[in-house]
Design a protein around this ligand. Sequence first.
Ligand SMILES: CC(C)(COP(=O)(O)OP(=O)(O)OC[C@H]1O[C@@H](n2cnc3c(N)ncnc32)[C@H](O)[C@@H]1OP(=O)(O)O)[C@@H](O)C(=O)NCCC(=O)NCCS
Length: 157
Amino acid sequence: MAQEDLLVKLYQLPEYHSGSFSFEGIKIKKAMPFEMSFIVEFARNFSEAWANECEKSFSNAPISCFVAYKKQKIVGFSCYNTTAPGFFGPTGVNENYRGKGIGKALLLEALYALKYAGYAYAFIGRAGPSQFYQNAVGATIIEGSSPGIYQDLITNQ
Ligand SMILES: CC(C)(COP(=O)(O)OP(=O)(O)OC[C@H]1O[C@@H](n2cnc3c(N)ncnc32)[C@H](O)[C@@H]1OP(=O)(O)O)[C@@H](O)C(=O)NCCC(=O)NCCS
């Protein structure tokens, strides 16, 4: 099935306080420059294309990447303003840590960052688990958005 883009109303986000996530010793914070290669390597577990986008987030000002971690282990990440301005993603959570609210918190960190940067709407490009985004933040499908910007690609990733 074609993966369409989603639209998120940043003026109707569920309440969330940045930096407040804490569960079973897992926390979320904005990534620091000296953590780039480690987070990019984590993103590479999902795809080379996501690693590229994650790396791009470190050249944005401010850095547009959040990382979920337990002690010194990376368990998830999220980025925004990488694929295109206003886009959320890529994001991913280590399989062993899914279902604990980490993905939703990583999503909300990024969406609130976009909101406070002045954006009214965010986009989720070629959303895989669109039900996750619909439930978490009321995202809606942008009809006719596939393949959208994802055409004539030089990679299948
Ligand atoms: C999508 C992903 C980031 C979700 O991370 P997670 O930490 O498991 O998500 P959460 O625990 O925060 O889930 C929040 C809610 O969404 C639901 N949910 C999680 N993944 C879902 C999915 N794939 N489809 C539908 N609902 C989902 C959870 O059940 C939970 O519901 P609840 O609030 O009613 O309990 C994770 O599954 C992942 O890394 N997937 C592979 C990479 C990927 O597809 N990234 C997105 C590309 S657009």
